[in-house]
Write a protein that binds this ligand. Structure first.
Ligand code: NDP
Length: 331
């Protein structure tokens, strides 16, 4: 059983040397437990925070322990009354070929509803994040202008599409021309700004002649400073992620946007998807239905091989992915 440990805590951008691949024997299950063979592994930006060794809303990763994250796998041995051999399951498991679980925090995935990989993306945690963050905090109304940063990623692609379904004008911000093209041509975004080649503020002014009603923020930093200067009265700012700062040891602090909030009577609210745990079933079912009806498109960037999981994780900070970044561990 191969698995990947956190060998040292990254300073700045994570490096290959922060991770270590080890091989041990396949674990043996006890009463109530099951053995899960990993099929897909999710790499997610929030994992960078857990590598810091500081407790936030999730416990930090310990050094020399197997990293954990979202995994879709198949039950291949079971002494658990609820899970049977052959079941496809999703949950927080090890960056490993095989994991043992007692079923806590695990859910069954119906392979007939959608491809099983989507349980880590559009019909999984990132989809729920987009759905609850946009609808519960953003509260989109027909005709409003929604700006989403990190627009071509797992969460951003879903936010933009749900906003379109709600009748909004959608402006995305992303980092490559390929992403800009994809969001415009495939996902029907109204305008997409390449923040690496354009003057973001100038392009935003052109893209949002009536100002910004909802800002769904995945990245923070200077991009957000630009968006905040264009917010409307009673606008809603959904703070989902701040990826531009995850590899920084010190973050610029001080009054940056608070004045804008006052002047525009605006609401800014952070959230974690777990805030909506009691409504997850509703979220899965609505997202699944939209995918089935072709109303929600999704894309996956799949890297093969457990040994390449660290590289796939690092790729999130280089912007390698369009849509959800996954690692295929087995077939
Ligand atoms: P993505 O699929 O969006 O991948 C990360 C993307 O971020 C990259 O592809 C890259 O695209 C962009 N990026 C990387 N570095 C920077 C930078 N310095 N400035 C601007 N953009 C950058 O990840 P997810 O969809 O999984 O997550 C998106 C955000 O949502 C993250 O901040 C994450 O932490 C947050 N999140 C929050 C949750 C919550 O519960 N609040 C739950 C899930 C995610 P590009 O080429 O455009 O730069």
């Amino acid at each position: 059983n191969r698995s990947i440990l956190l060998a040292s805590r990254p300073e700045g951008m994570p490096k290959r040397g922060n991770f270590q691949l080890i091989t041990e024997s396949i674990p043996i299950i006890q009463e109530e437990e099951m053995l899960i063979k990993s099929i897909y592994l999710s790499v997610d930006p929030y994992m960078r925070g857990r590598m810091r060794g500081i407790k936030t809303y999730v416990a930090p990763y310990e050094l020399n322990e197997v990293l954990t994250g979202g995994v879709v796998g198949e039950v291949i041995d079971s002494k658990n009354p609820i899970y049977n051999v052959g079941d496809i399951v999703e949950g927080r498991l090890g960056w490993a070929d095989y994991s043992v679980s007692n079923g806590k925090g695990i859910r069954k995935v119906d392979p007939n509803l959608a491809p099983i990989s989507t349980a880590l993306g559009v019909v999984g945690m990132p989809g729920l994040t987009a759905y609850f963050g946009l609808l519960n905090i953003g509260k989109p109304k027909v005709g409003e202008t929604v700006v989403v940063s990190g627009a071509a990623g797992a969460v951003g692609t879903i936010v933009g599409q749900i906003a379109k379904l709600k009748g909004c004008r959608v402006v995305g911000i992303a980092g490559t021309e390929e992403k800009v093209k994809y969001l415009k041509k495939e996902l029907d975004f109204d305008v997409v700004i390449n923040y690496k080649t354009e003057n973001v503020l100038e392009s935003l002014k052109k893209a949002c002649p009536n100002g910004v009603d909802i800002y769904f923020d995945n990245v923070g930093g200077e991009i957000s400073d630009s968006v905040m200067s264009l917010i409307n009265f009673y606008s809603r700012i959904v703070i989902c992620g701040q990826i531009s700062s995850y590899n920084k040891e010190a973050i610029a602090t001080g009054p940056r946007v608070q004045g804008q909030l006052i002047q525009r009577s605006a609401l800014m609210k952070g959230f974690i998807v777990g805030d909506y745990a009691e409504q997850f079933e509703e979220g899965y079912s609505q997202l699944g239905e939209w995918v089935k009806n072709g109303l929600l498109k999704y894309r996956e960037n799949i890297v093969d091989g457990l040994e390449n999981a660290p590289e796939a994780f690092m790729g999130l900070f280089r912007g390698d992915n369009i849509g959800k970044q996954l690692v295929r561990i087995s077939n």
